[in-house]
Design a protein around this ligand. Structure first.
Ligand code: ADE
Length: 225
């Protein structure tokens, strides 16, 4: 997979790609991530990429032309499956969306800033808009990093144990059951006996029960879905 991120703050978004599982995925060549500074496509030598909104109101709006130039330059090189736009006024990211995106070959991720982008960018170029939750961030960069992380870890070969993504919370619309490690007793708190039993069918059963119980208590909405 190849991901091209268009941003006004490349430095803000790079760090999550330089560590741990995501870095290893890049090092292994399972995913390529490229950052494009929107200012490179600015309208003038002063780096103009935004302007006041028509109709008045606070906040600057990213202009269509630099974004169009950047997207066209990328599209001239290869076809893209999706052009994502990070924005709080969109459908919230969930595991299903991450699963679907993980099967794409080439993705552009456009991050907003200030008041967002000219609506015509969204109408003409964007194929999918994603919010990461009902709150407003200072820009779409952190949201883009979250979407990319959720997607990249699902690419086959990224996680060492191929099955571990399948047992994540949300894969079956269920939250994960609790997990424990050594010691089996700490300060009087014991690990559930069943997990020490070696009876794997029973352990699977216990985990399924706990996952359901956990979901009923914390996220009953997932069970209605
Ligand atoms: N940009 C600002 N807030 C955001 C959010 N909640 N999700 C996605 N992009 C955003």
């Amino acid at each position: 997979m190849r991901i091209d991120i268009i941003t006004v703050s490349p430095d803000l978004i790079k760090s999550p790609f330089e560590h741990s599982i995501i870095k290893r995925a890049i090092d292994k060549g399972l995913v390529e991530v490229h950052f494009h500074d929107l200012r490179t496509y600015a309208l003038n030598k002063y780096g103009k990429i935004d302007d006041y909104q028509f109709g008045g109101g606070a906040g600057m709006v990213l202009m269509i032309e630099p974004i169009h130039t950047c997207i066209s330059a990328l599209q001239a090189q290869r076809a893209y499956d999706e052009i994502l736009y990070m924005t709080p006024d969109a459908k919230t990211l969930n595991q299903r969306t991450a699963n679907t995106l993980s099967m794409a070959k080439n993705i552009i991720v456009l991050t907003g800033h200030y008041k967002g982008v000219d609506q015509r960018v969204r109408d003409k170029f964007v194929t999918q808009e994603i919010s990461i939750g009902d709150y407003v961030l200072s820009g779409g960069e952190l949201a883009a990093a979250i979407v990319c992380d959720a997607v990249i870890r699902l690419i086959p070969g990224v996680l060492g144990d191929e099955t571990s993504a399948l047992t994540d919370s949300f894969q079956d619309n269920l939250l994960s059951p609790p997990v424990y490690t050594r010691p089996s007793e700490y300060d009087g708190m014991k690990v559930p006996e069943i997990l020490l039993s070696g009876n794997f069918p029973k352990i699977d059963e216990w985990r399924a029960e706990k996952a359901l119980e956990h979901t009923k208590n914390r996220r009953p909405d997932l069970l209605e879905d």
